[in-house]
Design a protein around this ligand. Structure first.
Ligand code: F6R
Length: 364
């Protein structure tokens, strides 16, 4: 049932191009997004003047990336909330807000409680859910099913990738309905989304290079992931993948925050991974990487083909295909999933069932 792969996680990493394609095809027909199955009308969308995205773990990291995409495309304010924080803080809720609850299992206790809290306050709820008929899917006003198929490995990969697609599609459609993007831009975004499965595949095809790097880093004690904007959201997920399956202490830092504390932890040989997919922020993050290097850090860069001057700074670089910067998370996360996976394998750990973790967290 692992289809020839050693672990479910690797099988599921390889299933991402198809999972992304299937999720896209379910809502994009002839170059147009169709949300009728989800039950969101243009009128509903016009009414929304704020978005809350509520989730746990990796699904929360999807929310962090989605926040940038929604705010930039749709120009409505977005708050991203950890479900376990949101539900206990007596939130001030805007009646014209849409609450998006993201959950692979649809059973995460805190996410479900947050959904119920929104419903009690008459806030429209939309679930982005993978498991059909799960509690969140049943209780949300609207459901966007991700078509990742069953995910067995505790560390999420393909569900995460399809959740991103759901968020992009919603943002593009909201932007169209609200008139914040042109018809040409709309068409261009959809066209670009359709190239993602193939680009993800190309990154997976290059996995041996990550495997080699991972084997060299298996003894690392600490890893720092740094980036700005969407790249910070990518860092959060890369760092979680590293710690949950490799048991290496890791932290994600907004690169500009380094000098407000964390840089004191950088010493000779500390591994720092810079994520640089956003052209507008590239130079800023490079300069933070230079600061780390001057304190002895060993640097990996993750950036787009063409940014070859990163090699003046980074000791090891992974390049990914170009895409629209809004969608870069979908590509940049792949090498980071592979890195966590290969470090775990190099350390001989139980990749699919990391200690102390369960696939679905139904306790609070
Ligand atoms: C990490 C991981 C978890 C889940 C989190 C939420 O790899 O899988 O952080 O993302 O437990 O689970 P769902 O999406 O089922 O609500």
């Amino acid at each position: 049932e692992k289809a020839g792969f050693e672990h479910f996680m690797m099988k599921e990493i390889h299933e991402q191009p198809k999972a992304v394609q299937d999720t896209l095809s379910s809502v994009v027909k002839d170059g147009q997004i169709d949300l009728s199955e989800i039950g969101l009308t243009d009128e509903n969308i016009q009414d929304i003047d704020q978005i809350y995205i509520i989730a746990c773990g990796s699904a929360y990291h999807v929310g962090m990336a989605a926040q940038y995409v929604f705010e930039d495309m749709v120009r409505v304010p977005v708050r991203v909330e950890l479900a376990s924080e949101f539900r206990y803080r007596n939130p001030i809720l805007n009646p014209k807000a849409l609450a998006i609850i993201i959950s692979q299992s649809g059973e995460t206790a805190d996410s479900l409680a947050a959904l119920r809290l929104c419903k009690e306050n008459n806030i429209r709820t939309l679930g982005i859910v993978n498991v059909v008929g799960s509690s969140i899917a049943r209780e949300a006003d609207n459901v966007f099913y991700t078509l990742a198929g069953p995910e067995i490995s505790v560390a999420t990969t393909k569900a995460y990738s399809t959740q991103l697609i759901a968020a992009y599609v919603l943002a593009i459609q909201f932007a169209k309905v609200k008139g914040t993007i042109s018809e040409e831009q709309y068409a261009a975004y959809i066209k670009e989304l359709e190239t993602l499965p193939d680009k993800i595949q190309r990154i997976i095809d290059d996995k041996e290079r990550i495997q080699w790097f991972a084997s060299k880093q298996a003894n690392a004690k600490d890893v720092f992931f740094i980036g700005r904007g969407i790249d910070y959201a990518i860092c959060l997920e890369g760092s979680l993948k590293m710690k949950e399956i490799s048991y290496i202490h890791s932290e994600a830092y907004a690169a500009g925050e380094l000098k407000h504390g964390t840089i004191s932890l950088i010493e000779d040989g500390t591994l720092v991974i810079g994520v640089l997919t956003q052209p507008a922020l590239y130079e800023k993050t490079v300069s933070n990487m230079v600061e780390c290097r001057s304190r002895g850090a060993y640097l990996m860069g993750l950036t787009t083909f063409g940014n070859y001057n990163i090699e003046d700074t980074a000791d090891f670089t992974v390049y990914m295909p170009k895409t629209d910067p809004h969608f870069a998370t979908s590509l940049a996360v792949i090498p980071l999933q592979l890195l966590g996976y290969y470090v775990s394998v190099a350390k001989g750990l139980d990749v699919d069932k990391p200690r102390n973790l369960a696939k679905s967290v139904t306790v609070e």
